[in-house]
Ligand binder design. Structure first.
Ligand code: PEP
Ligand code: MG
Length: 571
């Protein structure tokens, strides 16, 4: 028996036999070709590239069918890598100018691109390097005639063990026999992790060297709830984990049973539970989890997964799909929140020393009125097909809200004179995610129809702790009394004006927070759809009178530790 541990990225427990995926390393020979062979050599490359593009296109289509548009976006990105002149020109120039054989030319080109990406510390661009490696590896397979791993046939139900899995390998797998994935490399945000969560296949990544310890058929227990992997478990351990697996499955079933029950406390206080989405396709899943609406539709994915600023028609089509799917349930569409750590493949942002304090979100929209108006017109038009609401991100002042609303009014005027159908009464709210918006909440509440607290940013800006910096991750804690006091202040300010406050940051889906947020009087909780049942369970277990008392005490707490003690949570 041997115990390993890694990063759990997709919940579940798998007990089964391993199937090892060991990829053949490419052996690339280097030689000089003759002048008259240059065209033939380039032709080989073009054929391989075309073949790979067709394979990727097929994966794109099947992923869209099996999962949704968002996951399929990974393969849209692969297609753009395959079509990127960086690879094609790099290879052709080397073959032509240096008379290199095409395999060697491809290897050097890929190494060069990888080095280029590795030197950057931007996470988004590093992910693009993995895309280049994936696509480049496929082209190399074609050239060398090495078969890429055929995972569409798995000999037995198994837990796949690999050094790493590319999205293409993951998506071509026979899911009926895949009990889980475990990989030596990878992190929480790797594409494989994202895909495994969507497929609801348990996965543990970043385990470190393990393949040498395993044979095909080796029994393992993979606990993807806490990241433990037990190789060659004994009978007692198998018994223990079978129980744990059963408990987990029962819990999941129980939560599913709550789907159609209201988020109502024992003493009959009601809360609205909504979901956050990034793509129109996500709206189906949202209803399965019993969401009462969409509290945050992050529209930036529509911009990020595109090769150009999406047109009014493209946006209208996407928003209309969501509006119609959700019927009379509210859908809050957040206007473009780009900048910070979110970039666009077709637009170069000037380098900024502090991008999170820089040109992002509403600041960009107010400067690029053309881009903003295109989106507002699309939302107004789609508003005629459902219960849509507009929400501006990163607001710090009344002036910004007024300026954005003036642009919205211009759009309404234009649509009216064009005779285009739209909803003129669409409610307009703001995200409260800056300390400035908290301080001015009483003023902003007069002019906004609703608030939604973005705790992801509010926490980083209130505590001055970068939300993505692992080195200070233990300081990023929304249970900090400063964050809790801000939340309460915002809720009270909105209620004083007869408005409502939701929350769409991750804190809304945190079980520890439910008692405090309910006690503060938060009206709507919006979160990843799969978290809805567990938060509903928490709320249904509360007495609102008690929750209010605990929440009031939390406002007087002097430390995070005191808050944690109050809510019965200590690490
Ligand atoms: C937030 O800041 O809490 C939020 C929901 O916005 P995002 O995570 O997209 O920045
Ligand atoms: Mg935010």
């Amino acid at each position: 028996m041997k115990k390993l541990s890694g990063i759990p990225v997709s919940d579940g427990i798998a007990i089964g036999r391993v199937l090892k995926l060991v990829k053949k390393e490419h052996t690339v020979e280097a030689y000089t070709i003759r002048e008259e062979d240059v065209d033939r050599e380039i032709g080989r490359f073009t054929d391989a590239l075309n073949k790979v593009s067709c394979q990727i296109q097929a994966l794109y289509e099947s992923t869209k069918q099996k999962l949704n548009e968002e996951e399929a976006g990974i393969f849209a990105a692969h297609l753009s890598v395959a079509e990127d002149p960086m690879i094609e020109d790099g290879v052709k120039d080397r073959v032509r100018d240096e008379r290199m054989n095409v395999e060697q030319a491809l290897k050097l080109t890929l190494d060069e691109i990888e080095e280029l990406f590795a030197a950057l510390d931007d996470e988004y661009l590093r992910e693009r390097a993995a895309d280049v490696r994936d696509v480049g590896g496929q082209i190399m397979d074609c050239l060398l005639g090495t078969a890429s791993l055929d995972l569409s046939f798995l000999p037995y139900p198994c837990i796949i063990a690999a050094k790493d899995l590319t999205p293409s390998e993951t998506m071509s797998m026979d899911f009926s026999k895949t009990m889980g994935f475990m990989t030596e490399q990878g992190g929480r945000t790797s594409h494989t992790a994202i895909i495994s969560r969507s497929l609801e296949v348990p996965a543990v990544v970043g385990i470190g060297p393990m393949l040498d310890e395993l044979e095909d058929g080796t029994w393992v227990i993979m606990d993807a709830l806490d990241g433990t992997v037990i190789v060659n478990p004994d009978a007692g351990q198998i018994e223990f984990y079978k129980n744990r697996q059963e408990q987990y499955e029962t819990g999941k079933r129980l939560l599913a049973e709550l789907k159609d029950k209201p988020a109502e406390t024992k003493d009959h206080a009601f809360f609205e539970l909504c979901a956050n989405i990034g793509n129109p396709g996500d709206a189906d899943k949202v209803l399965d989890y019993g969401a009462e609406g969409i509290g945050l539709y992050r529209t930036e994915f529509l911009y990020m997964g595109n090769s150009h600023f999406p047109t009014e028609e493209e946006q209208f089509a996407a928003y209309k799909v969501v509006a119609e799917k959700m019927g009379d349930k509210p859908v809050i569409i957040r206007t473009l929140d780009i900048g910070g750590d979110k970039e666009l493949p077709y637009y170069t942002f000037e380098h900024e020393e502090n991008p999170f304090l820089g040109w992002r979100a509403i600041r960009i929209c107010l400067d690029r009125v053309d881009v903003f108006k295109t989106q507002l017109r699309a939302i107004l038009r789609a508003g005629a097909y459902g219960n849509l609401r507009i929400m501006y991100p990163m607001i710090i002042s009344k002036e910004e809200l007024m300026q954005a609303n003036a642009i919205l009014e211009t759009c309404k005027g234009e649509l009216r004179s064009e005779g285009v159908e739209f909803n003129p009464d669409i409610p307009v709210g703001i995200m409260v995610e800056t300390p400035a918006a908290v301080a001015m909440a009483d003023v902003l509440a007069k002019y906004a129809d609703f608030f939604s607290i973005g705790t992801n940013d509010l926490c980083q800006y209130t505590l001055a702790v970068d939300r993505g910096n692992g080195k200070i991750a233990d300081r990023y804690n929304p249970l900090h009394p400063a964050v809790l006091r801000s939340i309460k202040k915002v809720i009270d300010a909105s209620h004083a004006q007869g408005k409502y406050t939701g929350m769409c940051g991750e804190f809304a889906g945190d079980e520890r927070a439910a008692v405090l947020l309910a006690g503060f009087g938060l009206d709507e909780f919006s979160m990843t759809a799969s978290s809805i049942p567990k938060i509903k369970k928490c709320i249904r277990g509360l007495q609102i009178t008690e929750a209010k008392q605990i929440a009031m005490k939390a406002l007087e707490a002097e430390t995070i530790e005191e808050v944690e003690t109050l809510i019965g949570y200590r690490k």
